[in-house]
Design a protein around this ligand. Structure first.
Ligand SMILES: NC(=O)c1ccc[n+]([C@@H]2O[C@H](COP(=O)([O-])OP(=O)(O)OC[C@H]3O[C@@H](n4cnc5c(N)ncnc54)[C@H](OP(=O)(O)O)[C@@H]3O)[C@@H](O)[C@H]2O)c1
Length: 286
């Protein structure tokens, strides 16, 4: 069983997860045997967050993995607030359908997938409160919310005694906007996890490239990777994990050897000089 120092807090929910989760938006359509082995590889490491969403259509695949071996998985899924789906009732119906596809009675973390600018965040806040009070969600979060939207929904949830667990946003060495748009600051201040999606920039941070925009950064990552007998992707994930204890990247993987490499990133640390050099080489990437 991993100790507290091997895991990260999911905000103030009391739930602890490995500092790296796994994204499943490509699990539907991928080789089923490879996906099952990817899941088993991840579960052997500890309480890894498995990230899905109703719109990824991968909940049934995740459910099949869970039925074969529940392991210590922490499962997160998301409600898509598409136009016409903007009430607590619709959110609860979405949650119940996700639970059925996953084959579980309670989800560990239920997100609102994105904000709708013309709908008050408190409408979704009410749905999330009901999700927790009904016992169908252990914790609740948001995705793609601005710092201001996040503060408003956190405030609304707090009135019902429920902490906002996470804001899931696009964050990587090629997309550092959360550091400048107030989201990382709000996560620190409110003690909310910043779950980083596209942490490998959809695969662009996994191998060297001749593209002008990324060549120098990738060459540096490769040099640091060689010094640690590691891969470029491990260095890129290592940097995010070291950036702040609130950050939990969720790289996507459909292949067991990719999952293994990803999780090896948890076994070593960048030096301060290496961290700073990467910081400088990737600065101003929005
Ligand atoms: N909340 C949102 O709005 C939102 C939006 C988009 C995504 N997400 C979440 O974020 C997750 C991650 O997104 P993503 O998968 O598109 O992007 P990503 O994590 O930046 O990149 C994943 C890509 O890198 C490859 N990869 C992984 N480990 C590797 C390794 N060790 N060596 C070489 N290549 C490696 C994967 O290949 P293989 O698949 O071949 O293993 C995949 O093609 C999604 O699964 C989803 O859960 C959330």
């Amino acid at each position: 069983m991993p100790s507290d120092s091997d895991t990260r807090a999911l905000g103030r929910t009391g739930i602890r997860v490995l500092p790296l989760g796994i994204g499943t938006n490509k699990w539907r359509g991928a080789d089923p045997a490879a996906v099952r082995e990817t899941y088993r590889t991840v579960m052997a490491t500890g309480p890894c967050m498995i990230d899905t969403a109703e719109v990824y259509r991968s909940e049934r695949v995740v459910g099949d993995c869970l039925r074969a071996d529940p392991g210590p998985a922490i499962i997160a899924t998301k409600f898509a607030p598409l136009p016409g789906r903007t009430s607590s009732r619709r959110l609860m119906r979405g949650l119940e359908a996700s639970l059925a596809r996953l084959g579980v009675r309670t989800i560990d973390l239920y997100y609102v997938h994105f904000p709708l600018p013309w709908v008050d965040v408190r409408v979704f806040g009410d749905g999330l409160i009901e999700a927790v009070k009904s016992g169908k969600a252990r914790a609740v979060g948001v995705a793609n919310f601005s710092a201001d939207q996040m503060r408003r929904i956190a405030d609304h949830l707090a009135k019902a005694g429920i902490p906002l667990a996470a804001n899931q946003v696009n964050y990587s060495l090629l997309k550092r906007k959360p550091e400048t748009n107030g989201v990382l600051d709000a996560c620190r201040e409110l003690d909310v996890a910043l779950v980083a999606y596209f942490p490998l920039a959809s695969g662009h941070l996994t191998q060297q490239s001749d593209r002008d925009r990324t060549r120098a950064l990738l060459a540096l990552l490769a040099e640091i990777a060689r010094a640690h007998d590691a891969s470029i992707s491990e260095v890129a994930l290592n940097w995010l994990v070291a950036r702040d204890p609130h950050v939990i990247p969720i790289p996507g993987a459909t292949k067991p050897h990719h999952a293994k490499t990803i999780l090896t990133a948890l076994g070593w640390h960048l030096s301060e000089a290496e961290f700073d050099a990467i910081d400088r080489a990737s600065a101003n990437r929005q």
